[in-house]
Design a protein around this ligand. Structure first.
Ligand SMILES: [Zn+2]
Length: 63
């Protein structure tokens, strides 16, 4: 079980975590990959992040 370090919300459900696809316009990310951040749904704090390849592995295994 994961707790948000910011607001201490318990993040035990996918609904408690917000996966945000970061736009490639940031610059250091190649177009062939998609970068995700996992944010607390309550306060928006970034909990984790990951990169999902073009093969489509779901992108949800980063937390
Ligand atoms: Zn939070």
């Amino acid at each position: 079980m994961v707790h948000c370090p910011e607001c201490e919300t318990t993040l035990d459900d996918a609904d408690d975590i917000e996966f945000v696809e970061t736009d490639s316009s940031i610059g250091f990310i190649k177009a062939s990959k998609r970068f995700y951040t996992a944010n607390c749904a309550a306060c928006g704090r970034t909990i984790g992040s990951g990169v999902a390849g073009a093969k489509g592995n779901g992108g949800a295994g980063a937390v």
